[in-house]
Design a protein around this ligand. Structure first.
Ligand SMILES: O=C(CO)[C@@H](O)[C@H](O)[C@H](O)CO
Ligand SMILES: [Mn+2]
Length: 291
C-alpha cells in the first residue's frame, strides 16, 4: 500500500508548482503526491522533465486527480464536446506517460461539480458515459494508465453516488484499466456501511481517497478508520491510499469543494505540514494491513 496526499491541501487553485510539493511530501513521510491534471497537457518538455526529475530524486510516485470541467465532459450531450474532451485526455495521457503516472482519478465519467440546473435523465447520461469511458480507457491503455471512477456524494455528482452504482458502472464498461475509486468523505454521506462498500468493491477497487467527515486530515474526526482498515485487509487492497484534506477557504478549490469557513483556524503552512505528517503516520497505522 502506498500513502499519498493531494497537493490542493495547501493550495487554492487547481494547479500549482508541483516540484515544490514533491519536495515537501517526501520530507513529510509520504510515498505519493497526487497532482491536479488540468494543466498537464500544456506542460512544456522542460516542465515535464523537471517534475519527473524531482519525483525520481525524491522517490515520490505521482498520481493524477482531475475534476473535469464541463468542456471535458466525455458524456456530454454535444458530440463536439465529447470529441474535444477525448482529444484533451489523449494529450494528458501522453504527458502522464512521460511522467510515469499510472493512475488518473476523479469524475472522469462526466464532469465536476455538476450543474444540477441542467441535468439529463440519468439513464441517458449513464449510456453516454459508459461509451465515453470505454474510449478513454482505450486511449489510456497504451500508457498503462488506470482510470479511477470516483464515487461522489449527491451534492456534487449524480451518476455514481454509491459503491453499488460504481460497481455496476465499472462492470458495464468492462475495461481492465477502469477501476472503482472510493473516497471516505463521500462514503460517509452515502453508504449504509463503509466496510461493506469496500468489501463489495473488492478487487475492482483501484484507488482510495481519505479524509474526515468535514475533510480534515485523517485522525482529526470520526470516520470509522478501524472498520476501513479491516475491510482493506479483507480485500487485500494494495494500491494507493491518498488523503484529500481541504481546510482552506478561497479560490477555485474553496469554491468547488464548498469551504465556507476557515476550517484550518488560521493554521500556518508549518502547522498544515505537521498535521499532514501526523496524518500519514495515523493512516499507515490504521489502514496499512501490510506494514
Ligand atoms: O473528492 C473529490 C471532490 O469532492 C475530488 O477527488 C475531486 O475529484 C478532486 O478534488 C478534483 O480535483
Ligand atoms: Mn476525492
Amino acid at each position: 500500500m502506498k500513502h499519498g496526499i493531494y497537493y490542493a491541501y495547501w493550495e487554492h487553485q487547481w494547479k500549482a508548482n508541483y516540484c515544490y510539493y514533491v519536495d515537501k511530501v517526501a520530507r513529510l513521510g509520504f510515498d505519493v503526491l497526487e497532482i491536479g491534471c488540468g494543466s498537464l497537457p500544456d506542460y512544456s518538455k522542460e516542465q515535464v522533465s523537471e517534475l519527473k526529475k524531482h519525483a525520481d530524486d525524491h522517490g515520490i510516485i505521482l498520481s493524477g486527480g482531475y475534476g473535469p470541467t464541463a468542456n471535458h465532459n466525455i458524456a456530454s450531450k454535444d458530440p463536439k464536446v465529447r470529441e474535444n474532451a477525448l482529444d484533451w485526455y489523449k494529450r494528458l495521457f501522453e504527458k502522464m506517460g512521460e511522467l510515469d503516472m499510472r493512475m488518473l482519478c476523479g469524475a472522469l465519467y462526466a464532469y465536476w461539480p455538476i450543474d444540477f440546473s441542467n441535468v439529463d435523465s440519468k439513464e441517458e447520461e449513464w449510456k453516454r458515459s459508459v461509451e465515453g469511458t470505454r474510449l478513454l480507457a482505450d486511449a489510456a491503455a497504451p500508457y498503462n494508465i488506470n482510470l479511477g471512477m470516483e464515487t461522489i456524494n449527491r451534492f456534487e455528482e449524480y451518476l455514481l453516488n454509491t459503491a453499488d452504482e460504481c460497481i455496476a458502472f465499472v462492470k458495464e464498461v468492462g475495461k481492465d484499466n477502469v477501476k472503482i475509486h472510493l473516497d471516505t468523505f463521500h462514503m460517509n454521506i452515502e453508504e449504509d456501511d463503509i466496510g461493506t462498500a469496500i468489501r463489495k468493491a473488492g478487487k475492482l477497487l483501484g484507488h482510495l481517497h481519505t479524509g474526515e467527515c468535514n475533510r480534515k486530515v485523517p485522525g482529526q474526526g470520526r470516520i470509522p478508520w478501524h472498520e476501513i482498515g479491516q475491510a482493506l485487509r479483507d480485500i487485500q487492497y494494495d494500491e494507493m491510499v491518498v488523503m484529500e484534506p481541504f481546510v482552506l477557504m478561497g479560490g477555485e478549490a474553496g469554491r468547488d469543494i464548498k469551504i465556507w469557513r476557515d476550517i484550518s483556524k488560521g493554521a500556518s503552512e508549518e502547522q498544515l505540514d505537521r498535521d499532514a505528517a501526523d496524518a500519514v503516520c495515523f493512516q499507515r497505522y490504521m489502514l496499512d494491513w501490510n506494514r
